[in-house]
Design a protein around this ligand. Structure first.
Ligand SMILES: NC(=O)c1ccc[n+]([C@@H]2O[C@H](COP(=O)([O-])OP(=O)(O)OC[C@H]3O[C@@H](n4cnc5c(N)ncnc54)[C@H](OP(=O)(O)O)[C@@H]3O)[C@@H](O)[C@H]2O)c1
Length: 307
């Protein structure tokens, strides 16, 4: 009997959380990894009982092997942050993901869970690729699909990597900072993805995922200020600047990032309840993320004072 779940994107932020959650429930997991994937991440996956399997979304034969005998496939892969030579939105997020859908269908996979993102304003290459893969999946003839459309990830967009520098109480604010979003944590997206495999109400559905509260960047700054007692310094990138950056971008990746930032400025609230009902899960609260980060910061500053 087929019981393996193949995770593509397994070495990424979301994919590794999915693998660990699946492995913890005793589901046999096969993880697509590349020779260039971070060795420590591959080792961590193997230690948690996941079977690493070499492959690449640009290599259709490797995808057939990754899907062989699998009951389900969960794909979180994207070239936007983790790129090797030849990786692009076109070759990975569009063609690679479509090749994976085809490979899954040929291999007799029963359920394909695709991680997309919630609809945003404007046309840009990453959004076009996600919608094209969604369509390919819906028309693939696979017995079951679940398309999950999370909003912006808390740990990515509200982190120092993207200018939300809680270590130094500084933030780069897009537009006026009043655009509201249902930020969602990576661990929550992983929980919803894993639950989709066993929740018939999530089968053959497109479900938006987000936190229950739609909060602006300025609301989040205020939460950090209240939790830490520090006043933040803000730097604004105007909506006009963001529009110019999006229109003037020279490649598809830059264009996509600029348009994602513009959508933070514009705000893109969603209704998280249909997914919560279909999957019988509740996302965590943004204020819990803030409390955790502030506690970690004060612990690490106490430790450095003691050194
Ligand atoms: N960040 C957000 O706010 C956000 C919001 C909504 C939806 N999403 C979606 O969530 C998904 C997961 O995001 P994430 O943060 O986990 O991404 P990530 O950490 O950048 O991980 C990307 C994964 O894709 C793999 N990958 C890239 N190119 C590949 C290729 N040619 N063949 C096989 N695997 C390849 C990477 O493998 P290597 O380690 O080998 O490079 C890595 O495992 C993405 O699809 C993204 O679009 C993100």
């Amino acid at each position: 009997m087929r019981h393996v779940t193949t995770v593509v994107g397994a070495t990424g932020l979301l994919g590794s959380a999915i693998c660990e959650q699946l492995a913890a429930t005793g589901v046999p997991v096969r993880a697509l990894v590349r020779p260039t994937s971070e060795p420590a991440t591959v080792e961590r996956l193997a230690r948690s009982g996941v079977e690493p399997r070499q492959g690449d979304l640009k290599d259709p034969a490797s995808l057939e092997a990754a899907c062989e005998g699998a009951r389900a496939v969960i794909s979180t892969a994207s070239s936007t942050l983790s790129r090797q030579e030849g990786d692009s939105i076109q070759s990975v997020d569009l063609n690679g993901q479509r090749a994976l859908v085809k490979a899954a269908q040929r291999a007799g996979v029963e359920h394909f869970v695709f991680i997309s993102f919630a609809p945003l304003q404007g046309r840009f290459p990453l959004q076009d690729a996600k919608r094209a893969v969604e369509e390919a999946l819906m028309g693939s003839g696979l017995p079951r699909y679940t398309i999950l459309q999370p909003t912006y990830f808390t740990e990515v967009w509200l982190s120092p990597a993207l200018g939300f520098d809680y270590r130094n109480a500084r933030a780069r604010i897009f537009g006026t900072g009043h655009g509201r979003l249902n930020w969602i944590s990576v661990e929550d997206v992983a929980r919803f993805s894993v639950r989709a495999l066993t929740s018939p109400r999530a089968w053959n559905r497109v479900l938006e995922l987000g936190g229950e509260e739609a909060l602006s960047q300025l609301d989040v700054v205020r939460l950090f200020e209240q939790a830490s007692g520090r006043t933040w310094t803000l730097e604004h990138m105007s909506e006009q600047e963001l529009r110019e950056q999006s229109l003037g971008a020279s490649d598809s990746l830059q264009r996509s990032f600029a348009t994602l930032m513009l959508n933070v400025a514009l705000g893109a609230p969603i209704d998280p309840r249909p997914a919560m009902e279909a999957l019988s899960l509740r996302p965590s609260r943004l204020r819990d993320y803030v409390a955790r980060v502030v506690a970690e910061q004060s612990l690490s500053s106490r430790e450095s004072q003691l050194r």
